[in-house]
Unconditional design. Structure first.
Length: 113
């Protein structure tokens, strides 16, 4: 799969609903070494109270890890998901240089996107 740009992501997600596509495109834009929160993604797509729906959209991410849903965490820095998913997300984040203590990231301005 050749997905390199925002436009490529949009094309590959043309069968998704507007909200889900907007969430996945916003997540695609999170650079390596940075994280965002479900709430910040919800705000970015113009639905500030829809952070749980953001989680649901990311759970169905058909373009992982191209759309890096592992870079989206809870507002308190905790990694969400079941035990196996948390373990995989933690590994990916650490490979990108993000320090994870336990299953939590210390969200600092330098890493927040």
């Amino acid at each position: 799969m050749n997905v390199r740009s925002r436009e490529d992501v949009i094309i590959h997600l043309r069968d998704k609903g507007d909200f889900e596509r907007e969430v996945l495109v916003a997540t695609f834009e999170i650079p390596k070494g940075k994280v965002s929160t479900y709430k910040r993604i919800a705000e970015k797509v113009g639905r500030p109270c829809a952070y749980r729906a953001v989680g649901n959209a990311l759970h169905k991410n058909p373009l992982a890890p191209i759309v890096p849903c592992h870079r989206v965490v809870r507002s308190d820095g905790r990694l969400a998901g079941d035990k196996e998913n948390v373990k995989a997300r933690k590994r990916l984040l650490e490979e990108e240089g993000i320090k994870v203590e336990g299953n939590r990231i210390n969200i600092k301005k330098e890493i927040l996107f």
